[in-house]
Design a protein around this ligand. Structure first.
Ligand code: GRG
Length: 305
């Protein structure tokens, strides 16, 4: 899967660069919100935005942008918008009415650090913040309003009932109930895959991708998004809380249907690898350089955190 080229950046370098570029915007917004939003709400927004996540979605978005010829670091504004939507989803996912978790990104969850009402408000407030980050990023890249509209539609459709929220609904409704593989894949594709696919599409559109390249990057994102959640399912039962920065064994405790429950660890890992290979094949078939996105695909299915 990885490119044999010695000049290919490693996944660790790609994630590090994505963190450096994106965190500059996330921290700027955290400072601003802490200053402008009074009391605990501002503090909780800053806390959530500064959470030390892996920045996988920004790395995918920036790599997709570069794969189609983009070269402006202002792409970080678009990557920050996706990361803000992702951050809101984690804040809400951890609430007592959903997965009820105390530990995330190596720290207390936002509602444990503050309180449930404050974390709920902070999560909602991150959605318009994401929209403003997107506007800022698109304008810094010099893209026109029609492109902004197209990108906003992709991001917020992926974050909504047809994507992440819809997948989460299905996931919550499926707790305590046996789910077969096609339904589980649909849940994963919505809950986790939709935003990852959107990250790849947004990078491509920002880089003014040809239609075939955009289609290939969307297909890459679709496969790697499901593979990401399968790897997450595997890590939930093979990793430790310290290693993951979140409570391990949560799926078992919540009696969730997962790929591991349906297939066992080895076959779940194999399925994730198959999807990662297929993701990269979409790029190769279209003549896109697979090096950085190949490294990230490899990382996504072999990571240990
Ligand atoms: C109103 C029903 C309803 C839902 C609101 C909470 C929510 C929206 C959606 C949940 C989406 C979610 C949390 C999916 C799980 C995705 C996932 C595997 C997250 C972990 O991603 P990493 O490993 O995390 O990239 P870091 O911390 O590294 O960024």
């Amino acid at each position: 899967m990885s490119s044999s080229s010695t000049s290919s950046p490693t996944a660790s370098a790609l994630l590090g660069e994505a963190r450096r570029l994106t965190d500059a915007i996330l921290n700027e917004w955290a400072d601003r919100l802490e200053r402008e939003v009074p009391g605990r709400n501002g503090a909780a927004l800053g806390y959530a935005l500064r959470g030390p996540g892996k920045r996988v979605r920004p790395a995918l978005l920036i790599s997709a942008y570069r794969a189609v010829g983009g070269h402006d670091d202002a792409i970080a504004g678009v990557a920050a918008a996706v990361e803000a939507v992702h951050t809101y989803s984690l804040v809400h996912d951890d609430l007592p009415c959903m997965d009820n978790d105390d530990f995330r990104r190596g720290r207390p969850t936002t509602h444990r650090q503050f309180d449930v009402a404050t974390a709920t408000r902070a999560g909602f407030l991150l959605v318009p913040v994401a929209a403003r980050m997107l506007v800022g990023g698109v304008s810094a890249l010099g893209l026109d309003e029609a492109t902004l509209g197209q990108m906003a539609r992709i991001l917020f459709q992926a974050g909504g009932a047809e994507g992440m929220v819809g997948g989460q609904w299905l996931d919550l409704a499926a707790e305590q109930r046996a789910v077969e593989l096609p339904e589980l894949t649909a849940i994963h594709r919505g809950k986790t895959g939709a935003l990852i696919r959107a990250a790849c599409e947004l990078g491509a559109i920002a880089g003014r991708a040809r239609p075939e390249a955009l289609t290939a990057l969307a297909a890459y994102g679709d496969d790697i998004g499901v593979a990401f959640q399968i790897a997450d399912d595997v890590l939930d039962c093979t990793g430790t809380s310290a290693q993951l920065g979140k409570t391990a064994g949560r799926d078992e405790a919540l009696a969730k249907s997962t790929y591991v429950r349906l297939l066992g660890i080895d076959r779940a890992r194999e399925e994730a690898l198959v999807l990662a290979r297929r993701a990269v094949a979409h790029l190769e078939a279209t003549g896109l350089p697979p090096s950085a996105l190949g490294e990230l695909a490899d990382y996504i299915v072999t990571r240990n955190s």
